[in-house]
Write a protein that binds this ligand. Structure first.
Ligand code: NAP
Length: 248
């Protein structure tokens, strides 16, 4: 009897991995932060909500006799990844990081890289943008709150609960997006600057293609630095690893 693999989720890759392992009959449990009102649920068993920090997660891993952990959380979810690294080390449970590749600028792209959201807000001001498509998610929007000049089209999954810039419209949407729909959005709102995290992945990359087509500048927030853990880029590689660990 193989023991369960924990998938730390909240991403398309985590759902794809859960679907793959569940359909193969591997015992898994996916974990979600529980922040999104109506999350897309992965296949198989699911739990929701924080663990209470690394020590509590380590106890949980032991209590639940977890065979291995795949950290498939979002590239910008720093705290849960750090918690997973610490907890698996102290509980003696193998850990694999599944992280999709970041986006890479191509011919015709006008990207400006910044380290964080306050730097992104400074770049918006420095570029003198008038109408900004802001797609960095609902966390950290307060960094833009002091900007009284630009108008922001703030696109996020759930309503923001923080201070926002005075001139804005909130668009609740979660994608996936197409080049056609992104061009229509950019054109309808007269967007002259796009701001994004370097999330990577296919589901939300159409905004970058639309920016290229319309020759719009893009402010791209770099991924935060990460602890060194064994990492794969694809769901298939994570699936092979998880099968080996569960059989283990
Ligand atoms: P975070 O800052 O790294 O995590 C904050 C706290 O939320 C963690 O310390 C942990 O609480 C809890 N948590 C986060 N992910 C969890 C999970 N999968 N299962 C159980 N608890 C979890 O994360 P975040 O940036 O707020 O992101 C939250 C979730 O949304 C992540 O699962 C991530 O994959 C997903 N997501 C994030 C982004 C983004 O841009 N950050 C975008 C898309 C999806 P405890 O310390 O109490 O355990």
């Amino acid at each position: 009897m193989s023991r369960r693999v924990l998938i730390l989720g909240g991403t398309a890759e985590a759902r794809a991995l859960a679907a793959d392992l569940d359909s193969a009959g591997l015992p898994i449990i996916s974990s979600l932060a529980g922040r999104v009102a109506r999350p897309r649920l992965p296949a198989g068993e699911v739990r929701s909500g924080g663990f209470g920090g690394p020590d509590a997660l380590a106890h949980w891993l032991v209590d639940q006799a977890i065979a291995a952990v795949v950290d498939a959380t979002h590239p910008f979810a720093e705290r849960i990844s750090a918690s997973a690294a610490a907890a698996t080390a102290s509980a003696g449970v193998p850990l694999l990081r599944l992280e999709r590749p970041g986006w890479v600028a191509g011919d015709g792209d006008r990207w400006q890289w910044v380290d964080d959201l306050p730097q992104a807000a400074a770049a918006v001001r420095a570029l003198g943008a008038g109408r900004v498509l802001l797609t960095t998610g609902r966390q950290g929007l307060a960094a833009f709150a002091a900007d009284t000049e630009a108008w922001f089209l703030i696109r996020c999954v759930d309503p923001p609960d923080t201070r926002l810039p005075p001139r804005h419209e909130v668009l609740l949407d979660r994608g996936p997006y197409t080049l056609e729909s992104e061009l229509a959005l950019v054109d309808a709102h007269g967007v002259d600057l796009v701001v994004t995290k370097n999330s990577g992945g296919r589901l939300t990359e159409a905004k970058l293609q639309a920016a290229r087509v319309r020759a719009l500048p893009v402010v791209v927030v770099r991924r935060p630095p990460r602890l060194q853990v064994a990492t794969v880029r694809t769901v298939a590689e994570a699936g092979v690893w998880a099968r080996r660990q569960a059989a283990g």
